[in-house]
Design a protein around this ligand. Structure first.
Ligand code: HEM
Length: 500
């Protein structure tokens, strides 16, 4: 009888894996960048040599090329091909690619997570109820940003050093958003605000598990990371419990008010009220309230960590550049005097230097690639003649667009805080070289809110505090493969008035 050692079985397995997983590229497809290590393909360069690797690939193979990473062919798009993804939303699907990384369908069990249909509702909510009501919301944002800063930063009469600044800024940013989501009464409960604040961070570990099993089959990674959820573990459950307990009495109170006041009922200005007005709302029915709370969680995912990320990046960008801080302080002081400390939407719009700075900070967010989409039609032919088959994963070459020399000059890599001041190019305006909020029909509908909240946070912050890096240098973000997270280096906060 023939006996096989473990090593021989491993070798046979690898040979079979190599044969069945070997990428097959059609004639008219974007070129597959050659690689020398079978099975691994470009995975090493993708993870550890990312910026240089993508730059060299583009130089050699043009704006549209394919690489083989974690057992999957991905097509990297830049220039016109990138824009074609935004222009053809029926062919390219962001949600299925996002669900692969963060399986919301297994976490938000009452609303089934996100799909192309439900995202239309969330986009409408963000567009009409959050960004669309900015003039109303700005007062709430101002009030709770100040409360959050008091709680998280304090008076800083003595200099205070913070290392995990993202955590701190996330705490500040989530307080106004919690108020906009469920109203002031429910958001007065600390446990509810904590749940919104921590929800996305709690799921962070799922995002950083490397998809090693995808070398065997892409679905295997998803299967394994969702296995604990199939056995009942769900990090969202306790947050759902907290939020349901806090919003239920508020809903009941509002329903009573509606009964008493009839047509004279004064509606509340929050997303909870908006959900209560939906035809499918009946919190007394089984699973109905958890369904709406899961919808609130989708809004939490898209709004809190994204905005706090923009705000903390801006804070680090400021801390390393005292001259920029001084210039922004002058602008902040003038506007503060004009409005007597009570900022309206018009006042935020007058903060043109701050707007330019925020835009530049977002341009330097640092992700080399972003926004994976699956191509879901039978096939798609780009205007450059390349065709990709159904099921191909495409990823947008963000760094190439955001650091484009054609649009930002030969010093596109430099941080130029006031380059947009007289350029009629606000931080909310999406275009082919500024894709931080995506583009086309699905461009982020919450961007008007996000930019305004970030500006207002920085405005109030600059008036009260001085910030510097502990190292005295400009701190770089941490690169994890092609993606970045904010620096963890110390930021030193001082009270501006006390330490003049
Ligand atoms: C700085 C903060 C933010 C950034 C960088 C950001 C970025 C993005 C990006 C890149 C997309 C995908 C766009 C595309 O497919 O072309 C997106 C979509 C979306 N964002 Fe944001 N976002 C931010 C804040 C917000 C906020 C505050 C909200 C809600 C109030 C929000 C709600 C949404 C929604 C609902 C979508 C899906 C739109 C659709 O598919 O039609 N975002 N966001």
């Amino acid at each position: 009888m023939i006996e096989f050692s473990a090593f021989q079985i491993f070798v046979i397995f690898m040979i079979i894996l190599y044969i069945i997983r070997r990428p097959r590229i059609g004639k008219s497809e974007p070129p597959l960048v050659p690689y020398s290590i079978p099975i691994l393909g470009h995975t090493y360069n993708y993870l550890f040599n990312t910026k240089k690797f993508f730059k060299e690939c583009k130089e050699q193979y043009g704006g549209c090329f394919s690489i083989y990473v974690f057992g999957q062919v991905m097509t990297i798009l830049s220039g016109d091909s990138l824009i074609e993804v935004f222009r053809n939303p029926d062919d390219f699907d962001l949600i299925s690619a996002a669900n692969e990384v963060l399986p919301l369908q297994h976490l938000l069990v009452y609303n089934g997570g996100t799909n192309r249909e439900s995202v239309k509702f969330h986009a409408k909510t963000a567009r009409e109820q959050v960004s669309g009501k900015l003039d109303l919301n700005i007062g709430i944002v101002q009030k709770y940003l100040l409360k959050g800063m008091e709680k998280w930063i304090g008076d800083c009469n003595d200099p205070k050093t913070i290392y995990n600044a993202w955590n701190m800024v996330n705490g500040i940013i989530s307080l106004p958003i919690a108020n906009i989501l469920v109203g002031e009464e429910a958001a007065s409960h600390e446990d509810l605000v904590k749940s919104f604040e921590n929800l996305a961070f709690d799921l962070g570990p799922l995002l950083i598990i490397p998809p090693i099993l995808s070398f065997i089959h892409p679905k295997l990674h998803e299967f394994v990371i969702t296995l604990p959820m199939k056995f009942g573990w769900n990090p969202v459950s306790r947050h759902r419990e907290v939020v349901m307990n806090r919003v239920k009495p508020v809903i009941e109170k509002r329903l009573k008010e509606k009964n008493v006041f009839g047509d004279n009922y004064k509606p509340y200005n929050d997303i909870l009220e908006y959900y209560m007005n939906q035809p499918d709302f009946d919190h007394t029915k089984p699973n109905n309230l958890p369904y709406h709370v899961d919808n609130l969680f989708v809004m939490t995912f898209v709004s809190i960590n994204t905005t706090s990320r923009a705000a903390v990046d801006a804070l680090y960008d400021l801390a390393g550049r005292p001259e920029v801080l001084n210039e922004l302080y002058e602008e902040a002081l003038t506007i503060d005097k004009e409005c007597n400390g009570l900022v309206t939407l018009t006042d935020v719009q007058k903060m043109v230097k701050l707007d330019s700075f925020v835009k530049e900070s977002l341009r330097h967010a640092g992700n080399i690639i972003n926004l994976a989409h699956y191509m879901i039609s039978k096939s798609f032919t780009f205007s450059n003649g390349f065709t990709i088959p159904k099921g191909r994963k495409t990823i947008l070459y963000f760094d190439d667009a955001l650091k484009s020399k054609e649009y930002y000059g030969n010093d596109a890599e430099e941080f130029k805080p006031f380059q947009f001041v007289n350029a009629n190019s606000p931080a909310t305006k999406v275009d082919r070289s500024y894709i931080i909020f995506g583009g086309g029909k699905h461009a982020c509908p919450g961007r008007f809110f996000a930019v305004n909240e970030t500006k207002l946070f920085l405005h109030k912050f600059i008036l009260k505090y001085k910030v510097s890096t502990k190292s005295g240098k400009i701190e770089e973000k941490l690169l994890i493969g092609p993606y970045t997270i904010p620096s963890r280096s110390g930021l030193v906060f001082e009270n501006k008035v006390k330490n003049k």
